[in-house]
Design a protein around this ligand. Structure first.
Ligand SMILES: *[C@@H]1O[C@H](CO)[C@@H](O)[C@H](O)[C@H]1NC(C)=O
Ligand SMILES: *[C@@H]1O[C@H](CO)[C@@H](O)[C@H](O)[C@H]1NC(C)=O
Ligand SMILES: *[C@@H]1O[C@H](CO)[C@@H](O)[C@H](O)[C@H]1NC(C)=O
Ligand SMILES: *[C@@H]1O[C@H](CO)[C@@H](O)[C@H](O)[C@H]1NC(C)=O
Ligand SMILES: *[C@@H]1O[C@H](CO)[C@@H](O)[C@H](O)[C@H]1NC(C)=O
Length: 477
């Protein structure tokens, strides 16, 4: 087999520079001298296409060379991971300090000598060395916002999760958005209902409804807003900027497909604009030719009411904002919970939510939601969730700050804090009411002999069951 040679022609930059210096001033025509074209040969070895004779068994004597022993006799195993451990209760392994975590749990698994990225493995101990209770097929239930493409402008950024990246997430989609100091998210509207949670900083929001009633308010960290689909609104960051999370009640929603006021102007004949507003055509000379989306603005008046325009129709009767940051949470042994839905935040007819804090080692108790899928966003800490699906399937996922979780309606799950700081997360439902069914409460409110005959539990366990929801159970001593 003769070795192939490839010949490339190119114009070396140096020749062009030489040429530039050699053109006399005032010369009208430019003719490249032959030296401007250089032929350059790149030496190549080997063959482009594999040899046909390699198919099938090799001739006698040419069999595969023995490979190196790739079994590392002493991989770094963390407590509970070794096969001789008696303490294994299928806990989450802490790989954060392990250079090269291994897919080993007791007698299960083996080491991984092939290609892998240990950074992912450290962050996902329950997918690398999953509990032996995991089985079957469960939808992908994790999307890190850090893997979303960040759309940036001169005044902020946005990144989103929707069905394109998390195919099971059909009921809800999320957007993480940052506006710099005084920056705007342009006046716009869109087809899904929008629920928002302020993650950092503060913002001024404004909107009107179909009756022409208007709404203005300031919101800060931990507060909410809700804009019904089709109603136009704007968001302006206050002096320290703002970062917020948007949840849309449509998994296919894309933040890039909203109706922007600048785009409508730039796609309307100016004669029509002049007629619509009863002003001369030249009034529109300075209207932006392209969308602004996220852009720098003028600092707003300090007092939101001073800035507000009086509508002859009055203000929106059910406010579009909710100051959840001022709600004291319900404190339970393992953490705390705040629930907000249309019962108190009347405008939020399609979204219900809980803000849950889980202390290290504590756990959001085993439960499911009978009325909606669940969209999660992790604000802090490290957690794991096992999603239980029928029939006989379960899969465990790990989450950290900035991750989105997605659990389908009726799928059983818990949320366990596996780190050493508080887990704070949002549980968002596409429903007018926040509803959950708790395993422990269900068992406690069922005739004990039914539970006993089914699960073979001691009377002590049955009598200790809580007849009330626990929400977050404490770490075990
Ligand atoms: C258990 O396994 C680990 C890791 O393989 C090993 O270092 C340790 O000596 C073993 N302990 C006992 C008691 O066999
Ligand atoms: C991991 O390493 C950090 C820093 O060296 C240390 O503070 C921490 O205790 C270690 N964690 C574990 C589980 O070993
Ligand atoms: C946990 O994992 C071990 C293997 O390490 C297995 O033998 C055991 O049955 C598991 N426990 C449960 C409760 O599934
Ligand atoms: C908001 O951001 C600032 C600046 O990064 C930070 O100091 C502050 O702790 C953040 N607040 C929250 C609630 O994360
Ligand atoms: C804000 O403006 C409103 C209306 O002008 C006024 O009633 C109110 O007192 C002002 N609040 C503050 C804190 O200045």
């Amino acid at each position: 087999m003769s070795s192939s040679r490839y010949v490339y022609q190119y114009l070396p930059l140096l020749c062009l520079l030489d040429l530039a210096f050699s053109i006399p001033a005032g010369t009208g025509t430019l003719t490249l001298p032959p030296s401007a074209y250089a032929t350059h040969t790149i030496p190549v070895s080997g063959a482009l296409t594999a040899t046909a004779s390699l198919a099938g068994p090799l001739p006698p004597g040419a069999s595969a060379e023995p490979t190196q022993n790739t079994i590392n006799a002493h991989p770094h195993l963390v407590p509970g991971q070794a096969s001789n451990s008696s303490a294994d209760a299928n806990q989450s392994f802490d790989f954060l300090n392990v250079t090269d975590p291994q897919p080993i749990r007791g007698d299960m698994g083996s080491n991984d000598p092939g290609p892998h990225d240990s950074a992912y493995d450290r962050q996902n101990p329950d997918t690398l060395a999953r509990p032996t209770t995991d089985e079957g097929d469960v939808q992908q239930a994790k999307w890190p916002m850090g893997l979303s493409s960040t759309r940036m402008t001169g005044a902020g950024w946005a990144r989103q999760q929707n069905v394109d990246v998390l195919p099971a997430a059909k009921q809800m989609a999320g957007v993480d958005m940052r506006l710099g100091p005084d920056a705007y998210r342009e006046l716009h509207w869109h087809s899904a209902n929008e629920w928002a949670y302020v993650l950092n900083g503060s913002a001024r929001i404004s909107a009107i409804d179909a009756q022409g009633r208007n709404f203005n308010d300031d919101v800060s960290e931990g507060d909410l807003w809700y804009f019904p689909s089709g109603l136009p609104h704007s968001i302006q960051a206050l002096e320290n900027g703002v970062e917020f999370l948007l949840v849309f009640d449509d998994g296919a929603f894309s933040e890039d497909d909203t109706f922007l006021i600048t785009e409508w102007f730039s796609h309307t004949p100016r004669e029509v604009l002049a007629k619509n507003f009863g002003v001369p055509i030249k009034a529109f000379d300075e209207v932006p030719k392209e969308q602004l989306y996220i852009f720098n603005g003028t600092p707003p008046a300090v007092n939101v009411s001073a800035d507000a325009v009086q509508s002859p129709e009055g203000t929106i009767p059910e406010p579009f904002s909710f100051h959840l940051s001022r709600q004291e949470p319900m404190v339970v042994p393992g953490g705390s919970v705040k629930v907000v839905d249309s019962g108190t935040f009347k405008a939020s007819t399609s979204i219900a939510a809980a803000v849950v804090t889980i202390k290290p080692g504590a756990m959001r108790e085993m439960h499911w939601h009978p009325n909606s899928d669940e969209w999660n966003f992790f604000i802090s800490g490290r957690a794991r969730i096992t999603v239980f699906d029928a029939p006989q399937s379960a899969r465990t996922f790990d989450y950290a700050a900035g991750d989105v979780g997605y659990i389908l309606v009726d799928q059983g799950h818990y949320i366990e804090n596996i780190g050493d700081e508080d887990v704070v997360l949002l549980e968002v439902l596409k429903a007018p009411q926040f509803e959950d069914v708790n395993l422990g409460q269900w068992m406690a409110l069922t005739p004990p002999q039914v539970v006993k005959d089914t699960l073979h539990l001691d009377n002590d366990v049955l009598s200790g069951l809580s007849r009330e929801k626990q929400y977050v159970v404490a770490a075990q001593p």
